[in-house]
Write a protein that binds this ligand. Structure first.
Ligand code: ADP
Ligand code: MG
Length: 494
């Protein structure tokens, strides 16, 4: 090639390179920077990893914290609260019992007629009442009067088949799912309100006394026989159905666990009461924290901006309130740094908690070939007009990472409890261990619950896993409280 020809060729090549560069720059300006997406994604994936070895360490840490919390008050992030429930229902319970289940914006009143071993639950009726928002922030009297009035109206609709014997008082199990310092089976002081309730004057008061006074103001003669929370209620309801229930776990908006402990294995209780036998412990496991938990920058920011920074760290990794929000935070970063949804970050994506866990689960379960549901949900809830199939697939992968991490950590927590109980190995004679499970997250998010079950099976090994069962105890906490009123009834002999 002559000199001129060479120069010409070089110019042509350079021009072509410029043309290519222009095209690339144009595409990037409009579209997603997939290299950056991949970078963020890989980091999330790496930081959220929960290899089995790590899960075993988490389980051990859970068991260690359980010991520490039982040894002394304040000895652990796990409060390990004594429930004073030492009489779980056996199935022999008879008679009419009421329950009141308060733990959110709705409460339920319920009555049940128990017919003993033979007839079991003869009849059951309930009513759900929603609490007007102003009462959640009003005075103590107003809230408890409202509840007592609803209960009183419900008692008035009691049919003939429910009648109690002449001269006997109706008894109630009170499921009160807020932090309480329990003083006996039927008394406890409110530590603080949560879930949007804030009534200063009730804090530090005995909630049973408050309810009793309100019932008296309504002219309702009823005795509060058992004060429990939803987790203890679920344990009692589960035990009534299956005598091998030893543990209850809630996986709903929040998360908690309770289990049956040997009373003599509770050092902080020694000397308080001469008691042998069993005692139900309310773990308040949502507050579990350990350097072993796989936290990302998204979790740290979520915690920092939350109403209770530094608290409920385990809950913030596994419960329904937070899973969708973690996904939103990851998507937001991708939108900001790699134009995942176009040049402009969708405004709605910046709103905390706009992506709820049920939306996340709907997207995650989308099995249509073009991922229609993912597209619809992104449009509906985040205002993202159009997405490529590749983007939709990415969204599902992110849901998968976040859900799997939560489910696997929850399984590790359960495995920790089984270790503490010595049910992580084969017992002789071979004993079954049943975990009563309740909560919308476990019930409706089937990828989550399948992953939890598989992980637990894996941690236990096939042989032991054959003796451990997770049973869905659908809304067992209401009836559980009524059953506890029955098993602690003032009319029991002995
Ligand atoms: P709570 O925990 O408030 O007492 P639930 O046990 O009914 O009430 O659980 C409700 C929670 O379950 C919701 O806040 C949500 O996080 C989760 N949830 C409900 N439905 C679904 C769903 N389809 N997929 C995933 N999570 C769900
Ligand atoms: Mg609930």
């Amino acid at each position: 090639m002559g000199r001129l020809a060479r120069v010409y060729a070089a110019v042509v090549v350079a021009a072509a390179a410029v043309a290519v560069a222009v095209v690339v720059v144009k595409r990037r300006g409009k579209g997603t920077k997939w290299g950056k997406v991949r970078e963020i994604f890989t980091e999330v994936e790496r930081k959220c990893a929960t290899p089995v070895a790590r899960l075993r360490q988490v389980a051990d840490a859970m068991a260690v914290e359980m010991h520490a919390g039982l040894a002394s008050d304040g000895g652990s992030k796990l409060k390990m609260l004594l429930s004073y429930v030492d009489n779980l229902p056996t199935g022999d319970e008879k008679g009419l019992f009421y329950a009141l289940d308060l733990g959110g914006t709705n409460f339920r009143v319920l009555r049940v007629l128990l017919g003993g071993k033979e007839h079991r639950v003869v009849k059951q009726e309930y009513e759900e009442v929603s609490i007007p928002p102003h009462l959640m922030l009003g005075g103590s009297h107003e809230l408890f009067d409202f509840i007592a009035a609803a209960l009183s109206r419900f008692v008035e609709t009691e049919g003939d088949e429910f009648r109690i014997p002449e001269g006997k008082q109706r008894e109630l199990g009170f499921t009160f799912s807020f932090p309480v310092k329990q003083l006996s089976i039927a008394s406890g002081t409110l530590i603080k309100w949560t879930k949007g309730f804030c009534i200063e004057e009730t804090v530090g008061q005995d909630v049973v006394a408050e309810l009793t006074k309100a019932m008296e103001r309504q002219g309702l003669n009823m005795r509060v026989t058992a004060l429990v929370n939803d987790t203890i209620g679920t344990l009692a309801g589960g035990r009534y159905e299956d005598s091998d229930v030893l543990v209850a776990v809630i996986l709903g908006t929040g998360t908690n666990a309770a289990y049956v402990e040997r009373a003599n294995a509770i050092p902080k209780w020694h000397g308080l009461l001469p008691k042998s036998g069993d005692m139900v412990i309310n773990m308040e496991w949502g507050n579990f924290k350990s350097s072993l938990l796989p936290l990302t920058e998204y979790d740290e920011a979520l915690d920092f901006e939350s109403l209770n920074p530094g608290e409920q760290i385990y809950e913030k990794l596994i419960s329904g309130m937070y899973l969708g929000e973690i996904v939103r935070r990851i998507l937001l970063r991708m939108a900001q740094e790699s134009s995942l949804f176009g040049e402009v970050v969708p405004q709605k994506l910046e709103i905390p908690f706009i992506l709820r866990t049920p939306h996340m689960s709907a997207m995650h379960h989308d099995s249509s070939p073009d991922l229609k549901i993912v597209a619809t949900k992104l449009k509906e809830f985040l205002g993202i007009q159009s997405t490529s199939l590749k983007t939709r697939r990415l969204v599902i992968s992110i849901c998968d990472i976040v859900a799997q991490r939560g489910a696997r950590l929850a399984a590790a927590g359960i495995y920790g409890i089984l270790k503490k109980l010595g049910r992580d190995t084969l017992t002789s004679p071979k004993q079954r261990t049943v975990i009563a499970m309740d909560g919308g997250l476990y019930e409706h998010y089937s990828i989550f619950s399948e992953c939890l079950n598989n992980t637990l099976r894996n941690l236990l090994g096939e042989e032991v896993a054959g003796t451990v069962v997770i049973k869905l105890a659908n809304d067992g906490s209401g009836i559980g409280a009524a059953l506890l009123a029955a098993s602690h009834s003032q009319y029991l002999e002995g």
